[in-house]
Design a protein around this ligand. Structure first.
Ligand code: ARG
Length: 560
């Protein structure tokens, strides 16, 4: 139950709507003052009264009930105190009956949200640079679904461009079928790297590559077959990682899918007088908006990345009639998105306002960055494998007799990679550290998972409380209850701001509060009534932690 909403609905403050009041209700720094506070300073102007007076009036008019046990007016604030026993009972009751649905809602009903994420490039390494888009996008996908939206996960494959000509040329010169079949993406990348090395010495190679690319475009059987084979190998390799990370897509329509969908867009641009010629190329002039021109067709008539994105947006609107279309792509592409969003707006697409670039920062390893061309690249698969390996080492050391160690290490290691990428505000650049993400006492998924194992063990010993009563709640219990009841609001906030990190931080906070409670309050040794309440609290915590982690794509082992 949303107490804030309950209070907002009952407050009478001039002609403010409950939604406006809801947004104004704050959390007082000190719970002794109250659980929610309404600052009245901003109301002074419209209500033409001093804030202190307004607060007193609102306080006097508020109808008290079982939920709100105390309302006071202090220095221009109205403070509301919620009956703690009531709060506890409501919260635990809600969680224990909703269980894996706790936190879900139907706010998104009837709304389709396209989410373009991961969007890997064919025959290019799936490296650590793709980690954020993949796990952020996937978390946003799950979160939208949980809140009642219909998400459409789109992997906008990078499957078009001259690099495929290079690859065919390299393969025909130096490639062996068996090696590629065995080596997958890494073998393809090795060919690509070799091409660049050799092309530096021999210019003619680039012409050959262009010719091969042209052959793909002209649907030459051999070239197309090779390209399709590269694509298949890539999807097989990245599919393994998607499985590990619990990532799914509804559409794999990549750049080449729009080959035949660009002409109508180009025609429309030209009809609307937006297309101008510049040095042989066709562009949309964006100078008035402080941006360089958006190039639509190169002087040789070839389309560009932006051309495909414009066609893709039009296609998505037509196909899915989206409420929002999100692009989870690194901030390096800020300009690209600003440009093509603007072009769509200039074309008169009123829905251009519903396109959102969900930009995120860079991930690097502690030992430096990477470059695809030079072959110095950190494969995501290697990072995951190393984390799982390290997790196995730690688990074996902590609990040598644990069964299913490998399975558990996988859940812990993979979780650490995901959580490591999601814990900070997405726009921040992060340095990935194995020791940090696998610190069992840190702000990590393994800390949260470990807390779940602790809760599981308490429940295994104490059993599930069949019924419970909430009486004379202790501060540690109340802090935990409050945090538990904040889960739905956290999810809503995470969705509104496209910040899965709110969920990750929430989980760590909740785990910390549970552990404080666990160490300060006897559970199994408490007298019957208290014991039942604390078992219920333990179970509600476990449910909520699991729900939070599962939205991020992270599992929870029973034991650790
Ligand atoms: N494949 C692109 C890259 O790796 C990302 C594509 C993002 N999606 C989009 N619609 N532009 O940079």
């Amino acid at each position: 139950m949303d107490f804030k909403k309950h209070i907002a609905d009952n407050i009478q403050a001039g002609d403010l709507t409950p939604d406006e009041i809801y947004a104004m209700l704050a959390l007082p720094p000190n719970t002794e003052m109250g659980d929610f506070a309404l600052p009245c300073f901003r109301l002074a102007k419209t209500m033409r009264k001093p804030p202190v007076k307004i607060a007193e009036e609102i306080c006097a008019a508020y109808p008290k009930d079982a939920l709100v046990c105390e309302v006071t007016a202090v220095n221009g604030y109205v403070n509301f105190k919620i009956d703690r026993d009531f709060w506890a009972k409501e919260t635990l009751g809600t969680i224990l009956s909703a269980r894996e649905k706790y936190g879900s809602s139907d706010e998104g009903q009837g709304k389709t949200v396209c989410i373009d994420y991961s969007s890997v490039n064919i025959a290019k390494p799936f490296h650590i640079g793709h980690l954020s888009t993949t796990v952020l996008g996937s978390a946003l996908y799950k979160l939208h679904k949980f809140l009642g939206y219909r998400p459409v996960g789109i992997n906008h494959l990078g499957d078009y461009g001259t690099q495929f000509g290079k690859l065919i040329s390299a393969y025909k010169r130096w490639g062996k079928k068996e090696d590629i079949e065995k080596g997958g993406l890494r073998a393809l990348n090795a060919l690509y790297v070799r091409f660049h090395e050799e092309a530096e010495k021999d210019e003619a190679l680039n012409d050959e590559a262009r010719a091969f690319f042209k052959k793909i475009e002209d649907k030459d059987a051999e070239s197309v077959a090779l390209f399709e084979w590269f694509k298949e190998l890539t999807l097989k390799d990245v599919g393994k990682i998607y499985d590990l990370l619990d990532v799914h897509f509804d559409s794999w329509a990549g750049e080449s899918f729009y080959n035949d969908k660009m002409q109508p867009v180009i025609d429309e641009l030209s009809e609307k007088g937006l297309l101008v010629e510049s040095e042989g190329a066709k562009i949309v002039d964006l100078e008035a908006y402080g941006m360089p021109p958006c190039i639509i067709l190169r002087s040789d008539g070839a389309s560009l990345y932006a051309t495909r994105d414009i066609a893709a947006a039009v296609y998505r609107k037509k196909t899915y009639d989206f409420y929002k279309c999100l692009y989870v792509v690194a901030y390096q592409q800020n300009l690209h998105f600003k440009q093509f969003f603007k072009v769509l707006e200039l074309m008169g697409k009123e829905w251009a306002k519903d396109l959102v670039h969900v930009a995120y920062g860079m991930v690097s390893l502690e030992d430096g960055s990477m470059s695809t061309r030079k072959g110095k690249v950190v494969y995501l698969q290697d990072v995951i494998d190393k984390c799982v390996d390290k997790a196995l080492g730690i688990i074996t050391e902590k609990n040598p007799s644990l069964e299913n160690k490998e399975e558990i290490a996988k859940t812990v290691g993979v979780g650490a990679v995901i959580f490591g990428a999601l814990y900070n505000n997405k726009i921040k650049d992060i340095t990935f550290s194995y020791d940090k993400v696998l610190n069992f006492e840190g702000e990590t998924s393994c800390y949260v998972q470990y807390t779940c194992a602790r809760a599981n063990s308490v429940l295994a010993k104490g059993g599930r409380a069949q019924s419970f009563e909430a009486k004379n709640i202790l501060p540690q219990e109340f802090e935990l209850i409050k945090q538990l009841s904040d889960f739905p609001a956290t999810l809503k906030d995470a969705l509104d701001k496209y910040e899965p990190c709110f969920i990750a931080r929430y989980a760590v906070d909740l785990a910390q509060k549970y552990n404080k409670f666990y160490f300060d309050c006897k559970i199994l040794g408490a007298e019957e009534g208290e014991k039942n309440f604390r078992l219920a609290l333990t179970e509600a915590t476990l449910i909520t932690l699991k729900n939070a982690l599962s939205l991020l794509g992270i599992g929870v082992p029973e034991k650790m």
